[in-house]
Design a protein around this ligand. Structure first.
Ligand code: PLP
Length: 387
């Protein structure tokens, strides 16, 4: 099987399993306990926090461990907006882009439904890009927060995060970015990016599902969503997932060290794969930005097919990928991200995403390109001759 669905999830790396194992076995203490087992766990957690801070170029105290990317996004969007509105009730609007993951979009909708916020959605262009001008046009004196993702999970488009954060700062508005898909492929220096908050998820990086991080700049107030014993400096109560934190920090440190080499190698293979598909599959359309895209994502529409049918044919041919984002899989509704790029609903339903780990090989992608040609041909034939 050729696994080309790394944007959905990745296997746990051996080094990560080895690093986390002690905290699931012998060193199983609760970091809040006042005995040697507890202290060992607290030390491991502090080490994991400082390793994450090292990659993000921030202070340890600015790193909060969460149960994943979804929780990190919820904590950022709701936590920052609610804290700002509590300090100044006039701050009752949030800005998100038209291509956010549901973890951001639904958090903003919750603020609208339950807390009386207005949500301003910045449009994207046909490649999925938010321009600084488009952001400037929706900012208001009442804007409490801007949340725009670093890289899109369906089409791979990479946003000009540093420029967009600078635009938000012109009005003193904090800027959050969902970097879940960017991690491992793009630089994560929070100072260079100029962001005030950034979300990560362990399972896209070779750590287990259910581990995540929110970076939130020191001066930024954050209303907690989970209340209890005051762990994570009161930002996220609950006994810490020590093994998960160690796993995420290990995976992040490894992928950070490998990032520039992996990004350039995989980007070269991605470009050859895109060329092969566009040359050999009649009517194939690349979605997302042709250049400003994740090294690891190649996404297409194949008019005259359905994405789900192409997916099934590809699986029969030994290739596993996705017909949209994992969250939208199984639903018949066309992807809101593709509609936001201006695709018509019929074409949006023909989307297929190929996403790679750094272990992908040129041979895998050559074989996949041939399989795609076959799969699309079979689905089109069936559409014309149903029986
Ligand atoms: N944000 C983006 C861009 C994602 O792609 C995902 C996962 O698909 C998430 C957030 C959610 O992360 P998690 O699965 O860790 O909750």
């Amino acid at each position: 099987m050729i696994f080309l669905d790394a944007a959905a999830t990745t296997p746990v790396r051996r080094e990560v399993l080895q690093a986390m194992w002690p905290y699931l076995s012998g060193e199983f203490g609760n970091p809040s306990s006042h005995h040697s087992l507890g202290e060992a766990a607290a030390t491991a957690l502090a080490g994991a926090r400082s390793a994450v801070a090292n990659v993000l170029n921030c202070r340890s105290g600015e790193v909060t461990f969460t149960s994943g990317g979804t929780e990190a996004d919820n904590l950022a969007v709701k936590g920052i907006a609610l804290a700002r509105k509590a300090a100044d009730p006039a701050l009752n609007r949030v800005v998100i882009s038209a291509v956010e993951h549901p973890a951001v979009e639904e958090s903003a909708r919750y603020l609208e439904r339950v807390h009386g916020f207005a949500v301003d959605v910045v449009p994207v262009d046909g490649d999925g890009l938010v321009t600084p001008e488009a952001l400037r046009a929706v900012l208001r004196p009442e804007t409490a927060l801007v949340s725009i993702m670093y890289a899109n999970n369906e089409v791979g488009t990479v946003q000009p995060v540093a420029q967009l954060a600078a635009v938000a700062h012109e009005l003193d508005v904090p800027f959050h970015t969902d970097a879940v898909q960017a991690a491992g492929w793009l630089p994560l220096d929070t100072k260079a990016l100029g962001v005030d908050a950034l979300s990560l998820s362990g399972h896209k990086l070779g750590a287990p599902k259910g581990s995540g991080v929110l970076f939130a700049r020191g001066r930024l107030r954050l209303e907690p969503l989970v209340h209890g014993g005051g762990q994570e400096r009161g930002k996220r109560s609950g006994t810490e997932n020590v093994a998960g934190a160690v796993a995420l920090s290990t995976a992040l440190t490894l992928s950070h060290a490998e990032q520039s080499t992996a990004a350039s190698q995989v980007a070269g293979m991605r470009d050859r794969f895109i060329e092969a598909i566009l040359a050999n599959v009649p009517g194939a359309v690349l979605t997302g930005h042709p250049v400003k895209r994740l090294p690891s994502v190649a996404s297409f529409c194949f008019p005259g097919t359905s994405g789900e049918s192409v997916l099934l044919e590809l699986e029969r041919l030994g290739v596993v990928c996705s017909s949209g984002s994992a969250c939208a899989a199984g639903s018949d509704a066309p992807s809101p991200v593709l509609l936001a790029l201006g695709l018509d609903p019929g074409t949006a339903q023909t989307a297929v995403r190929f996403s790679f780990t750094s272990a992908v090989t040129a041979a895998d992608l050559e074989q996949t390109a041939v399989a795609v040609e076959t799969a699309v041909g079979r689905v089109r034939n069936l559409a014309h001759h149903p029986n």
